[in-house]
Design a protein around this ligand. Structure first.
Ligand SMILES: O=C(O)CCC(=O)C(=O)O
Ligand SMILES: [Fe+2]
Length: 355
């Protein structure tokens, strides 16, 4: 049985498998090989492009290349760092929630529906910008658990950002977009809303499904690299390119995304939809407690959000695969402001810095 002691509750080697039952219908996702993308394998590039036009979600097999190995190993190390931080008393953790925004979000701080039901997960966001710079250029206070592991977060951020950009480069070339246009909007050294998020959902309170750990949303950024070990993530069966609504706006149902060993789950965010005038899809998803026996364990996930740099303009890119947009003559909103607006449309200041 899982216990809440030092480094004992994140125990992937003990987790039971995702239940094999029609009660928990799963979604079929393509599995893309990172190594093949690095090798510019044509067929693999086409598969990833199709996956991003369709649901905007796929598994990425990480084993082999250095960046992939960093994510595989680093996500577990970060989960253990997260476990130590999460075990602190709430008031200690709340010190890292300046102005009720960002960094640490306690369980129940956001509303998951119009009735005001509260979420059931806590998370901590670690900004890429502060991890990749020398100590004297850091802009915020961080808990000692993070500071002691700054190089872990820095390496993880660089690898996840690099993987995200590799995928975006493939997509740009398939859309006839100058890859430099994407690169210049995602320079790692420039300030951006990128962060590593450590989320902990408590074991399921009752056997009844569901309480909501992370409410229905689409991610705000460009591309997300997600590592999780227990079920709980679900995607909406029908893809939609409408942004902002809390609830799905097309008929469908929630399908489970089963964690796949050795793979990240990669999904596009709203900025990728905006950049491509809706050619690419950012899939709607949510997290509920893990199914069956898995629900007895606390659930950790480690997410990296790649976002456009703060001062870049959220304007549709030009390319022969992108329908002309009506924003070409507008000045365009800066990424930082745009992400804030997306968050406000979701109706929560906590989500402002979130998804
Ligand atoms: O915990 C997960 O598996 C997904 C979390 C997520 O969607 C998010 O933090 O945006
Ligand atoms: Fe998400």
């Amino acid at each position: 049985m899982p216990h809440r002691e030092e480094n004992t509750e994140f125990t992937p080697e003990q987790y039971p498998p995702f239940p094999d039952s029609s009660e928990f219908p799963g979604v079929e996702l393509q599995t893309i090989s990172l190594q093949k993308l690095i090798d510019h394998d044509n067929a693999e590039e086409t598969r990833v492009f199709e996956a991003c036009k369709g649901r905007g979600f796929f598994y990425l097999e990480l084993g082999g290349p250095e960046a992939g190995e960093t994510i595989l190993k680093g996500s577990e190390e970060i989960a253990r760092v997260g476990e130590r931080f999460m075990s602190l008393p709430t008031d200690e953790k709340m010190k890292f929630t300046p102005n009720k925004k960002e960094f640490y979000k306690m369980l129940g701080a956001t509303k998951v529906d119009a009735a005001g039901t509260r979420d059931q997960a806590e998370f901590f966001n670690v900004s890429k910008n502060d991890m990749i710079v020398p100590d004297n250029e850091m802009q915020r206070e961080w808990p000692k658990e993070v500071l002691e592991n700054k190089s872990l977060f820095a390496n993880y951020s660089r690898s996840a950002h690099g993987i995200g950009m590799l995928v975006m480069d493939v997509l740009a070339r398939h859309l006839g977009v100058d890859p430099e246009e994407i690169k210049s909007r995602h320079k790692i050294e420039e300030r951006a809303g990128d962060h590593v998020r450590i989320t902990r959902g408590p074991p399921r309170a009752t056997t009844e499904m569901p309480e909501i750990q992370t409410p229905s949303h689409t991610d705000f950024g460009t591309i997300t690299i997600l590592m999780n070990w227990l079920g709980g993530l679900q995607v909406w069966s029908e893809s939609s390119r409408k942004l902002g609504a809390l609830e799905p706006d097309v008929p469908g149902k929630w399908l489970w995304v089963k964690p796949k060993k050795g793979c990240a789950i990669v999904n596009l965010g709203d900025a990728a939809v905006k950049f491509t005038n809706g050619v690419l899809c950012s899939g709607r998803h949510r997290v509920i407690p893990s199914p069956g026996e898995q629900g007895k364990w606390p659930r950790y996930s480690i997410v990296y959000f790649v976002r456009p740099v703060d001062h870049s303009k959220l304007k549709t890119l030009k390319g022969n695969g992108i329908p002309p947009a009506d924003d070409q003559n507008e000045e365009g909103v800066e990424a930082k402001e745009w992400i804030f607006q997306q968050a406000m449309a979701l109706g929560s200041s906590h989500i402002a810095s979130d998804k």
